[in-house]
Design a protein around this ligand. Structure first.
Ligand SMILES: Cc1cc2nc3c(=O)[nH]c(=O)nc-3n(C[C@H](O)[C@H](O)[C@H](O)COP(=O)(O)OP(=O)(O)OC[C@H]3O[C@@H](n4cnc5c(N)ncnc54)[C@H](O)[C@@H]3O)c2cc1C
Length: 447
């Protein structure tokens, strides 16, 4: 059994873990930091399964700050530092019927008051700009059975778009972190956070016992090696509870399986080629008025990625921390069920977009949202009663677009700062993403 010692160990080299490690090293260069991951490289967990989309069209102030400062930082990385992230403002188009539009009016006013660059499109304009889209189902019996909503309005988010999640994780955060002297250890699964008495050991069986102050003093690898540090960050996303629950720490995060379905066909070329929305002359990212079903255009190879759908009745995926060493962890399974597309999403989408009729599914894959069960926002906290432990998780399906802000907030929490400084000098109260003093306002724009 070997032992190694660090100031900080970040467990999990997804985008949250790498952004955290980079900001820690960048602000505190003297620290000896290790990032450890069970995968063979950074960003191979759910970061790799994501659609890589970003937006600022949120109604909650917290989401607005986290996502807009992160996007601005990513733009700076690409445009000023010259790291290609394949970042493009292809725009987001939220399609809605009259009732949904009325319900969202307050949120729209909020976005306008916050100077978000959005436009409201009315039905005629939508039909003119996207002739392939069916907007009215009043005389369609199949559509009535499916409960389809008409399209009367759209909110166009101009500062929203796509980027390559692998590139921001590896080509920027990991590369810069290593340049600053940060260390990485891959293909190493952590099976246990080792709890120790905060003060000296007394030789009592089962130490630390109830009355003793506690800290995480080490982590144990699958091979039985111990890695020691003053502070451990758990940034293991959907897997977070496997390490935290055995210590009695609840991250309020549950894994929810999410699949993406890809259709590639030359028939889509005309639809994907659209001059009305962005410099790339591609159709925007669509959000349909049903169950947050969404569609990412990938113009260069005539394909689209489809995701979303009703989650009622879909179980959270439970993993038992006692099974952490098992090879068949359900959270490692990235297969998707094509029937979810064929009997659910396809029936809805092919009514809105008849160009999809009878096109076969080309491929599909799945990942797991680390879903915060309180308000679907990231969680960054130090659990009460345990020293040396910080949890950074709960991307909740929008972690790419919030990652830089989350990394800065985690770094500020490490230094016990009341406020984190987000990109552009924006101040953010660190406790807002914690558990005990959590202060996250309501979000209406959920996919
Ligand atoms: C299908 C899908 C689509 C998505 N689309 C978007 C999108 O368009 N936009 C957006 O902003 N977000 C999206 N997300 C969410 C986004 O991918 C995440 O929020 C983001 O990548 C942050 O991830 P993370 O670092 O918390 O987790 P991960 O990337 O999963 O990283 C956790 C890491 O921990 C490692 N790990 C786990 N357990 C252990 C252990 N015991 N020992 C060692 N290492 C361990 C894993 O190998 C992994 O690398 C999507 C997610 C999914 C699943």
């Amino acid at each position: 059994m070997s032992e190694k010692e660090y100031d900080v160990i970040v467990i999990g080299a997804g985008l949250f873990g790498m952004a955290t490690a980079y900001h820690l090293k960048e602000k505190n260069n003297e620290l000896k930091i290790l990032v450890v991951d069970k995968a063979a490289m950074a960003g191979a967990g759910n970061t790799a399964q994501s659609a890589g989309m970003y937006r600022d069209t949120f109604s909650s102030e917290v989401n607005l700050l986290l996502s807009s400062t992160t996007r601005n930082f990513f733009r700076y990385v690409q445009n000023t530092l010259g790291v290609d992230l394949s970042l493009k403002d292809i725009t987001y188009l939220w399609l809605m019927d009259r009732e949904q539009f009325e319900q969202n009016k307050t949120a729209v006013e909020m976005m306008l008051n916050n100077n978000l660059r959005i436009e409201i499109l009315e039905k005629d304009d939508i039909e003119r700009k996207i002739p392939e889209l069916v907007t009215n189902f009043n005389d369609n019996e199949d559509a009535k059975l499916l409960g389809l909503r008409n399209i009367d309005y759209a909110i166009l988010g101009l500062d929203c778009g796509e980027l390559d999640a692998d590139k921001i994780t590896r080509d920027f955060y990991e590369a810069e972190y290593i340049k600053l002297g940060g260390e990485v250890l891959y293909s190493t699964k952590i099976t246990k956070l080792v709890l120790e008495p905060e003060e000296e050991k007394l030789g009592i069986p089962g130490e630390p016992v109830g009355w003793q102050k506690k800290k995480v003093g080490a982590i144990e690898t699958e091979k039985g090696d111990l890695l020691k540090a003053e502070t451990f960050f758990v940034a293991t996303g959907a897997w977070a509870n496997e390490l935290l629950l055995p210590l009695g720490v609840d991250s309020r995060t549950m894994p929810l399986k999410k699949s993406l379905f890809r259709i590639q066909h030359t028939r889509l070329a005309g639809f994907l080629d659209n001059e009305h929305f962005n410099e790339d002359k591609t159709t925007p990212f669509f959000i349909f008025p049903m169950f947050g079903i969404h569609m990412r255009p990938v113009k260069y190879n005539n394909s689209i990625w489809i995701g979303g759908g009703n989650v009622i009745g879909k179980p959270y995926v439970m993993t038992d921390p006692r099974d952490i060493t098992k090879k068949d962890n359900p959270l490692d399974n990235t297969e998707a069920d094509p029937r979810k597309y064929e009997y659910d999403l396809y029936l809805i989408l092919s009514e809105y977009l008849p160009v999809l009729k009878d096109l076969p599914l080309t491929s599909c894959w799945s990942g797991y949202y680390a879903m915060n069960t309180m308000d679907k926002n990231p969680v960054v906290f130090k659990p009460n009663g345990i020293k040396g432990l910080i949890t950074v998780t709960s991307g909740s399906g929008s972690g790419i677009m919030k990652a830089d802000a989350v990394g800065r907030i985690a770094e500020a929490l490490y230094r016990d700062q009341e406020y984190a400084e987000l990109f552009g000098g924006v101040k953010f109260k660190v406790s807002r993403l914690g558990i005990t003093e959590r202060d996250v306002d309501k979000e209406y724009f959920i996919i």
